[in-house]
Design a protein around this ligand. Structure first.
Ligand code: NAD
Length: 387
């Protein structure tokens, strides 16, 4: 008989490494602590004092909680990690464009992921740094880990916001609302209303819950981060909670369906891009991407979202760098190969997981070989499911 999900017994202490000890990273560590998710929490930050301060502050609550080892560490501590959560990043400088910011964060996250991939091939990477879908794809490429082991927080937070707002509107416990936000964690995300329900009753048919209310809620979900940031400077409580739930699903092998940022390989007719979609999350990472049947309009929105993320990934210089690196090594061109295949190729060529000789791969920030949707020669376009 199959083991019951959640009854996974780890053979060693569960270690979560948090990279980036800012608002999100530190609140996440605190949330893990409160929910007793890990035996060991290691905090790493380029600002060493900040990591030490966070570890001290968290440790001071130890007599009041179950014992957890918490320390400010370095990349060596990643070796035994079960989950590495990346929330490292920089904020926009005055006069800096979003694209410059994107490139700077891609470099930071990419370098971190490259180290993680070199040191801890068995870890699951969970990315929070924004734009999260792009950063997750960069992390997958740079780490050389299989796409199933690299995920982003995706639309897990947006989905929580949606369920909260719908629950409030209908006067119901948000946990009784079954609905998903899908696509980019950003402006092109959308609510899959055609799949939203309470106790099997479609929300599209819910008495008194009309189009205007749905539109208002969807726009509140989309604008939530902007509003919170405007009022208090940053979002971190709900993001940390969403990240904690994803981590819990991994370390306890819960096989929970969460709308994480997952790598699409033909699902919904989309190839080689990370997007927020419902996926089964367990000990080995993303066990399966679920293809929720969508209306034609929703499917179009998901594909548009994919194009936006893809363009952003390409703007990090990914494609050029991946291909240039391959050419330098006189390997066959990877045109038509997936981003993962490209990264694997580079990794196999230059990577040495123990000696660190593979660090030259760390210059290969990015993703997305020349593979727009449906243009891959190797795979036939699968007809996406539709209502
Ligand atoms: P923050 O500025 O408070 O923290 C970022 C931390 O990263 C800082 O402590 C900084 O020193 C550290 N850092 C920078 N470069 C580093 C490096 N090379 N190695 C290690 N640490 C490094 O920011 P925050 O509010 O914690 O947000 C972090 C990221 O999370 C941002 O990109 C933010 O947009 C994103 N975020 C994502 C979600 C989501 O749902 N995915 C939600 C909220 C915030």
């Amino acid at each position: 008989m199959e083991r019951t999900p959640g009854h996974f017994v780890p053979s060693k202490p569960v270690r979560v490494v948090v990279i980036g000890a800012g608002f999100v990273g530190s609140t996440y560590a605190y949330t893990l602590l409160l929910h007793d998710i890990a035996d060991e929490i290691c905090i790493i930050d380029v600002n060493r004092d900040k990591a030490v301060g966070q570890a001290m502050d968290l440790n001071h609550s130890m007599p009041l909680l179950k014992r957890t080892e918490i320390w400010a560490g370095d990349m060596d501590d990643v070796r035994d990690a079960d989950v590495v959560m990346i929330a490292a990043g920089v904020n926009q400088k005055p006069g800096e464009t979003r694209m410059d910011l994107l490139r700077r964060n891609a470099e930071i996250v990419g370098n971190v992921a490259s180290e993680v991939g070199r040191i801890a091939r068995n870890a699951i990477i969970l990315v929070a740094t924004n734009p999260v879908d792009v950063m997750t794809q960069v992390s997958m490429i740079r780490s050389g880990l299989p796409p199933s082991r690299v995920m982003g927080s995706g639309t897990a937070l947006d989905t929580a916001r949606l369920r909260y707002l719908v629950g409030r509107e209908l006067g119901l416990d948000p946990r009784s609302v079954h609905a998903f936000v899908m696509g980019e964690h950003g402006d092109s995300e959308f609510v899959a209303w055609s799949r939203a329900s309470v106790a099997g009753i479609d929300l599209l048919d819910w008495d008194g819950f009309y189009d205007a209310a749905r539109k208002r809620i969807e726009s509140e979900v989309r604008g939530a981060a902007y509003e919170v940031i405007e009022k208090k400077g940053a979002t971190y409580f709900a993001p940390a909670m969403a990240l904690m739930r994803i981590t819990e699903a991994v370390v306890k092998d819960l096989r929970t369906v969460i709308s994480v940022s997952a790598y699409l390989e033909g699902e919904y007719g989309i190839y080689d891009v990370y997007l927020g979609v419902p996926a089964v999350v367990g000990r080995e990472g993303i066990l399966r991407v679920l293809e929720t049947p969508l209306s034609r309009e929703e499917l179009g929105k998901l594909q548009d979202s994919g194009r936006i993320v893809r363009d952003a990934v390409e703007s990090t210089g990914a494609l050029t760098e991946v291909l240039e690196m391959t050419a330098r090594r006189q390997k066959p061109a990877l045109v038509g190969a997936s981003a993962f295949e490209a990264s694997e190729e580079i990794w196999n060529t230059v990577g040495d997981t123990e000696t660190g000789a593979g660090t030259s791969a760390s210059t290969a920030v990015g993703a997305g070989a020349d593979t727009r949707y449906g243009s891959k020669p190797k795979r036939a376009m699968r007809k996406p499911r539709q209502l």
